[in-house]
Design a protein around this ligand. Structure first.
Ligand code: IPE
Ligand code: IPE
Ligand code: MG
Length: 246
């Protein structure tokens, strides 16, 4: 029985979020420039998007570039931005054909104009698709997102559109970039780092966390299946007792 066949299709996570980490180390292990690792990482993105679409997962969020990543050496940042543009150009037709809808979360105003333009076209082109929702986190950080939500909410309170007493976790969530998406049930991080690095801090409250030593450019469909199987072996209690769940 293959790993894929072992997956219980009735208990799939609706939303998987991934911190795609380890590109730089993957390249350095091969005495190559870090950018080579980012290029190879695109193959993994293609594979994982395809696997999620095949499994009929509804949402896949990929952390591709953080607010903090702007502080990397200029050549690496520029290389990643160029890679982003060429990848969107190359992949968009196939995403569209596969009924995938593209979304972006993050401070996109920070991205180079060409990048913003490509993203805008790709988002518009796929806007009516109703298969996998592919959410790219670009120039994203959760603290930026939460501070932005607080600002927007304060504005609405100031205008009298919402009262202080009406602010609940659900209402607050509606001010986040992810308001249209359910919270991820499964969060995967590659490369053996055990941290969240400013990713979806609000939304991951009850996500199952899965860490693997595999570096992102080596992460393939089988690795995803393993993560999903591991997720399916867990008991999600949401604060209740085990007996209450059964
Ligand atoms: C993840 O890989 C991709 C980005 C953060 C853009 P890294 O570039 O962080 O790779 P490592 O962690 O240095 O190996
Ligand atoms: C997190 O990886 C961001 C992305 C994968 C886009 P980093 O490599 O930037 O995280 P740290 O610095 O190791 O925490
Ligand atoms: Mg890293």
């Amino acid at each position: 029985m293959s790993l894929k066949d072992k997956i219980d299709l009735q208990r799939l996570p609706e939303h998987i979020a991934i911190i795609m980490d380890g590109n730089g180390r993957w390249a350095q292990e091969r005495s190559e420039d870090r950018l080579y690792g980012h290029h190879e990482g695109v193959q993994s993105v293609r594979q994982i998007v395809e696997a999620c679409a095949e499994l009929k997962i509804h949402y896949l969020t990929l952390y591709a570039f953080s607010t903090e990543n702007w502080d990397r050496p200029r050549a690496e940042v520029e290389g990643i931005m160029e890679l982003l543009v060429t990848t969107i150009r190359k992949e968009i037709e196939s995403l569209h054909k596969n009924n995938i809808r593209l979304h972006v979360i993050g401070e996109t105003e920070q991205l180079p104009a060409l990048c913003r333009q490509e993203l805008k076209e790709a988002i518009n082109m796929t806007a009516d698709n109703n298969g996998l929702n592919l959410v790219m986190a670009l120039s994203y950080s959760a603290r930026w997102e939460i501070a932005r939500a607080a600002r927007l909410l304060a504005e609405d309170v100031g205008k009298g559109d919402i009262s202080l007493g009406a602010i609940t976790p659900k209402v607050f969530g509606d001010y986040l970039c992810t308001k249209a998406f359910p919270d991820p049930e499964l969060m995967i991080r590659t490369s053996g780092e055990y941290r969240i690095s400013n990713f979806l801090l609000y939304q991951l409250a009850y996500a199952e966390l899965y860490f693997t030593d595999t570096l992102w450019p080596d992460f393939r469909k089988e690795n995803l299946y393993e993560a999903i199987l591991n997720y399916q072996s867990r008991e999600r209690r949401f604060g209740k007792t085990s007996e209450q769940i059964q």
